[in-house]
Write a new protein. Structure first.
Ligand SMILES: *Cc1c(COP(=O)(O)O)cnc(C)c1O
Length: 359
């Protein structure tokens, strides 16, 4: 079976070395040595000022909304994983959907301004597949209307725009380190902030709202453990290798799918990309469904990522977003993992090519 993603597990001995340290210290959670080491290593690797490790990306988004004191309307994208809108609604904010740009698949900045009302408090953009939102236009609009900006950067680990980490845009960026992501800690996530005050607020919010005897805010338990941090410390030194391997696999897909009636998405200029996904856009949903069913017969499991468009979910009061609705119906993430072989990619592409030939 070939799944859409396959978890990368580092050499077991590396993990065991960290386990020995945990056994020696007897410290398993609550801002331990390994959590601190991971936060420091991540800040260095990602070239960002402050990184706070949390239990997962979803709680990271919720804490980010709290830290910025966001209540009311939050402008967001319909083309993302459901966690983005869940976090907004779980925090009792109202999502307002703005359609996506057909090139970048991120929120369309040309439609954004029209959606701003006096109730708007924040913009929550998503760097979908690691493709950057139009961060400078969003910054301008946020300044003009005094809005907070949060980026769901779950896909943007290591992405840089013109030499600057994408995570340094907006007030806060949130990463996910779930097992299926490029860099992972089994479960986990992080919030990237730009100043010490904000970093301190986030620290308290994720630690029940207090530091020692100073109980100043209502908090939650958003911490993560030494065991999870240990996995991160094992995976981080391999990340460059993992990105390179993914780049290679994507190259094979491009080669074998060349000339077929579908498009593989490309990132724009000036981006240091992380090759985290392999989204393929089909001519129509019928073709996509045929490809999925032929692949399943051969135990190859792609994923409709993202489908359906979030504005159409039954529990949201969604505005119409024709571009996102159309793209969600036609887009498929092809299997991409570091141990995929050229032969397997060729097999997958042959199945696609055969399915497209049947009309
Ligand atoms: C994975 C993902 C999340 C959720 O992250 P978790 O760590 O699994 O909670 C949020 N947003 C996007 C876009 C994601 O892909």
């Amino acid at each position: 079976m070939i799944n859409v993603t396959k978890i990368y597990l580092p050499p077991l001995e590396d993990y065991v070395d960290y386990l020995r340290r945990i056994w020696k210290s007897g410290w398993v959670t609550n801002n331990g040595e390994l959590v601190q080491e991971l936060e420091k290593a991540l800040a260095e690797y990602l070239r960002v000022p402050y990184v706070q490790y949390v239990s997962n990306g979803t709680i990271g988004l919720q804490i980010a909304l709290r830290a910025l004191n966001v209540h009311g309307e939050v402008i967001t994208t319909p083309f993302s994983y459901v966690a983005t809108v869940n976090a907004i609604m779980w925090e009792h904010c109202n999502p307002v959907f703005v359609d996506i740009d057909p090139q970048s698949y991120c929120i369309d900045v040309n439609k954004l301004e029209a959606a701003i009302t006096e109730r708007t408090r924040a913009i929550l953009g998503v760097h979908v597949y690691g493709f950057p939102c139009d961060v400078s236009r969003i910054q301008e609009l946020a300044k003009k209307y005094k809005l907070k900006v949060i980026y769901d950067a779950a896909h943007a680990f290591g992405c840089e725009l013109n030499g600057v980490s994408l995570l340094n845009y907006g007030d806060l960026s949130v990463l996910s380190f779930h097992a299926t992501k490029l860099f992972h800690t089994i479960e986990g996530g992080a919030i990237v902030s730009q100043n010490l005050d904000m970093a301190d607020t986030i620290w308290k919010l994720k630690s029940f709202g207090h530091r020692n005897d100073d109980y100043s805010v209502v908090g939650i338990n958003g911490k993560n453990s030494e065991f999870h941090a240990a996995m991160g410390l094992c995976v981080l030194p391999k990340v460059e290798e993992l990105i390179e391997k993914r780049r290679q696999v994507l190259g094979w897909y491009r080669h074998f799918l060349d000339g077929l009636d579908l498009s593989l998405l490309c990132h724009g200029e000036g981006l240091r990309y992380n090759y985290s996904y392999c989204p393929a856009l089909f001519k129509d949903e019928k073709q996509l469904l045929r490809v999925v069913s032929e692949m399943r017969k051969r135990e190859i499991i792609p994923r409709r990522y993202f489908y359906p468009a979030l504005n159409t979910l039954p529990f949201v009061n969604g505005q119409e977003c024709p571009v996102a609705e159309d793209i969600s119906r036609r887009i498929l993430c092809l299997p991409l993992s570091v141990d995929l072989e050229e032969q397997q990619v060729e097999t997958i592409c042959n199945i696609i090519s055969d399915s497209l030939r049947i009309t």
